[in-house]
Design a binder for this molecule. Structure first.
Ligand code: AMP
Length: 467
């Protein structure tokens, strides 16, 4: 039997100390394979999702490499560059590196869009060892000559398929072109659509390929329930369900920013402390909301799919799909927010008459028929139903760039159905015309995402080591 410890993988003392403090006793499968390869200087292609421990898989060897024979960075330069598709993920990566590297003396910075560039420019003026950035703002600062990339010796792209989904792949390519050719590179992606395969070919040199086989589909470990409920009664049902104190840390998902605001406003009226996060909120507001949720000050977080991406919060008791997502993969991502501690989780979905097509797509993807539970709300009145029908038929709002007669959803609709979209509000992050940013066709390769997500978690490890 081989020795399953971080020390046996070649991890150095100061990092071992911080891992021990975090209760990371055993490396996860991706860490077991990636750490020695990366310490040996190889490039890496990691096909893995959030929850596999991939951040530490690249973060630990990176910190170790930078700390050996450390020379302080020169103004405006960074030695390592990590690109992430969302602001939340970038912040999370930086936080993890701070934890793993707390006994090392390395300088880090985060560069994100949506906030003032002033402090980012200030930090970069002194130079850093590690820069975590979203691609758009970084490209801006490089063009403004506030950041130099010519000293980068380690380059990491995280969640490359998300970069593609969100239209960042061109920016990533531009940044790759500005990097020194001599460097160590890594790319992580949950799926491998064609554009990501191409990027891999362009940026990695004979990479070690590590594919982490998911340990059972997320769907298998999450208890899933479905309520058929008219759109107009969803808020009432939500309030009713929240009377159960077992729902102590709940994420409520909506498709649209507008929907998220409406749900949060409703919860406020009913005395439930909640925050909404979505793309229209400032970075500070989003971070504050996450912190309030994490600390338990807010019991409910109302989120759109994009805003919730990459959120790593433990002990989420319930996920409620107030509106079903129009992309079935999002359902798997959403319900994967619960059951993170390797344990069980509960996901409750509300499905109104216009969302049945979405439900079909979800059940097809997950190959699972969700258990339907009756609710005991009073039946909707004829007036309620008429109002819901009117809502479903209502033409979309007159967007400035909207076409008369309604826009198409960007999402793929295999059944040819046309569910409503929150009264004409687009799902967040979606463009008109059914074309995904980045030139990818809906229903294209990103559909391959199988949605499974293994879980490695300190709580579980604690449980295991206690057992
Ligand atoms: P990631 O896939 O990087 O988002 O990591 C998912 C979660 O697993 C995070 O909460 C990490 O703190 C945790 N984690 C990563 N590696 C380990 C490990 N070896 N032991 C215990 N927990 C870990």
């Amino acid at each position: 039997m081989t020795d399953h410890t971080f020390a046996a993988l070649g991890v150095a003392e100061p990092i071992l100390r911080s891992l021990a403090a975090e209760n990371y006793t055993t490396p996860t499968p991706i860490q077991t394979r990636a750490i020695p390869a990366l310490l040996a200087g190889k490039d890496l292609l990691g096909i893995a999702q959030t929850g596999t421990g991939k951040t530490a898989a690249f973060g630990i060897p990176l910190l170790q490499k930078l700390s050996i024979g450390h020379v302080p960075p020169r103004p405006k330069e960074t030695k390592a560059l990590i690109l992430a598709p969302t602001r939340e993920l970038a912040v999370q990566i930086e936080q993890s590196l701070r934890v793993y590297g707390r006994f090392l003396n390395l300088k880090r910075a985060v560069i994100l869009g949506g906030v003032s560039q002033y402090s980012q420019v200030q930090t970069m003026s002194r130079g850093v060892d590690i820069l975590v950035a979203t691609p758009g703002r970084l490209l801006d600062l490089v063009n403004q000559k506030h950041v130099r990339l010519d000293a980068v010796n380690t380059f990491i792209v995280d969640e490359a398929d998300r970069m593609l989904d969100m239209g960042f792949i061109r920016d990533v390519r531009k940044l790759v072109a500005a990097l020194p050719k001599q460097r160590q590179s890594m790319l992580f992606s949950a799926t491998m659509p064609d554009d990501v395969v191409k990027l891999v070919g362009d940026m990695l040199n004979q990479p070690e390929r590590i594919e982490v086989t998911p340990q059972g589909r997320t769907a298998d470990r999450v208890e899933q329930k479905l309520y058929y409920v008219p759109a107009l009664q969803k808020r009432q049902l939500l309030t009713h369900l929240l009377k159960d104190n077992a729902m102590h840390r709940v994420i409520v998902f909506t498709r649209t920013k507008h929907g998220a605001n409406k749900v949060a406003a409703h919860l406020a009226k009913t005395g439930v402390v909640s925050d909404a996060i979505h793309g229209n909120k400032s970075q500070n507001a989003r971070q504050n909301a996450l912190e309030r949720f994490r600390s338990g000050k807010a019991r409910v977080l109302v989120a759109t799919d994009i805003a919730a991406r990459g959120i790593d919060i433990d002990d989420i008791s319930h996920v409620i799909n107030f509106e079903l997502p129009n992309e079935p993969e999002s359902y798997v991502h959403r319900i994967g927010r619960t059951a993170r501690a390797g344990g069980e989780g509960i996901a409750i979905s509300f499905c109104d008459s216009a969302e049945k097509g979405y439900l079909r797509d979800i059940e097809k993807l997950t190959r699972n028929k969700i258990e339907v539970v009756p609710h005991d709300l009073p039946p909707p009145t004829e007036a309620d139903l008429a109002q819901e029908r009117a809502l479903n038929q209502r033409p979309p709002h007159a967007h400035k760039h909207g076409k008369p007669g309604g826009h198409k959803h960007g999402g793929h609709k295999p059944g040819g159905h046309k569910p409503h979209n929150g009264g004409g509000h687009r799902a967040e992050g979606q463009q008109h015309g059914g074309q995904k940013p980045g030139g990818q066709q809906p229903g294209g390769p990103q559909k391959k995402r199988n949605g499974s997500r293994p879980h490695w978690h300190k709580n579980r490890d604690r449980k295991q080591s206690a057992a």
